[in-house]
Design a protein around this ligand. Structure first.
Ligand code: NAD
Length: 336
């Protein structure tokens, strides 16, 4: 089978890590027809639009999309391409696993959790307005439809992966209506999955428990902003932004990207860690039901790490993107 996969190089280190990841996917032996599309500052400069309609259509019709990070200005400037893409294509579930890696020294050795983040609403609805000069209001939208949908995604993920527990993270003690509704929806969906334990945790307590006792969590489900923050926190537990993958999933379409941003401080130097996007590619291969290729790629990347000799700068080493990619390619070839 030939897969039609869109790739979006993006900005900053995006083109470097996307190109490295395409190489290792091609070396997995699956047949891919790659289609390049633009988004971000680069698209704004060349096409006058940070998220061209052609890119949206290509993502909609592809089997899957591999995306590099795209830059968003703080305060002013165009709206986040990521948020716009997720909302326009209804990529409602953001799936971010955080699992300890061999040879990456962190405070905990046995972290294995999944953050499931609602991707389309909450404070990211983009509904902000000036009430009177000096007073701004941002609307935080929570709907029954999106809350039930993300809760079901979390439970189905837990069921598929034979996970034990789903925890709803919320602030329903203060946000009684909005997070009250989110929690109620999670409880209702939980009743459809009696074999999976369900509990809930207030977001501030969840943050504390994540840094003191992360093994007590398994699958966590939450609204957009809490998910954005806690998934980066979870990534810090296993080695940081350079190692954590993510998937944005909708009905029949998906975009795979690293959790990290464009890393402007190291862009163009050939020293970015491509591992997070390579692990995102593993998620993409699993999504495409290419589990053998996914296992091979995962084991090759983990194998290079476990060897302990090749590390990029973010993990305390001196390896370049090229050297790391070559080491993964050698492992793929030898294990092929
Ligand atoms: P960042 O993730 O780009 O960088 C934070 C720090 O982590 C930097 O020191 C950077 O060098 C380092 N880092 C990140 N990824 C790395 C990698 N693969 N290898 C080695 N080091 C790495 O976060 P930021 O500086 O807050 O954001 C920069 C830009 O990226 C902003 O415009 C932001 O909006 C955008 N962003 C995009 C996405 C996305 O497209 N999914 C996600 C987050 C941030």
């Amino acid at each position: 089978m030939t897969y039609s996969i869109v790739f979006i190089p993006g900005d900053g280190i995006g083109p470097e890590v996307v190109s490295a990841t395409r190489e290792v996917i091609d070396a997995c032996g699956i047949d891919v027809q790659w289609q390049e599309q633009s988004a971000g500052v680069s698209a704004m400069e060349t096409l006058g639009d940070p998220l061209p309609e052609e890119t949206i259509e290509a993502v909609r019709t592809a089997d899957a999309t591999l995306k590099g990070p795209t830059a968003t200005a703080k305060g002013s400037g165009f709206r986040s391409v990521n948020v716009a893409l997720r909302q326009k294509l209804c990529l409602y579930a953001n799936y971010r696993p955080a699992r300890s890696l061999p040879g990456v020294k962190t405070r905990f050795e046995d972290v294995d959790l999944i953050v499931v983040r609602e991707n389309t609403e909450g404070l990211y609805s983009g509904l902000e307005h000036i009430v009177v000069p000096g007073v701004v209001e941002s609307l935080r939208i929570i709907t029954r439809k999106a809350s039930e949908r993300i809760a079901r995604f979390a439970f189905e993920t837990a069921q598929r992966q034979k996970r034990r527990l789903v925890t709803c993270v919320h602030k329903a003690n203060i946000l009684k209506l909005s997070d009250g509704l989110f929690l109620e929806c999670c409880r209702e969906v939980a009743s459809e999955f009696p074999e999976i334990e369900f509990d809930d945790c207030i977001v501030d307590a969840a943050a504390m428990r994540l840094v003191s006792d992360p093994q007590t969590f398994d699958v966590l489900v939450m609204e957009n902003l809490f998910g954005d923050i806690l998934s980066d926190l979870a990534s810090g537990l296993v080695g940081g932004l350079g190692v954590t993958p993510s998937a944005n999933i909708g009905d029949g379409l998906a975009v795979f990207e690293a959790v990290h941003g464009t890393a402007p401080d190291i862009a163009g130097q050939g020293i970015a860690n491509p591992m997070a996007l390579m692990f995102s590619a593993v998620l993409m291969l699993r999504y495409l039901n290419e589990s053998k290729s996914a296992d091979r790629l995962e084991s090759a990347v983990r194998g290079v790490l476990a060897e302990g000799t090749l590390r990029t700068g973010d993990l305390g080493g001196k390896a370049t993107t090229r050297q790391f990619t070559d080491a993964v390619l050698i492992r793929l070839a030898s294990e092929g």
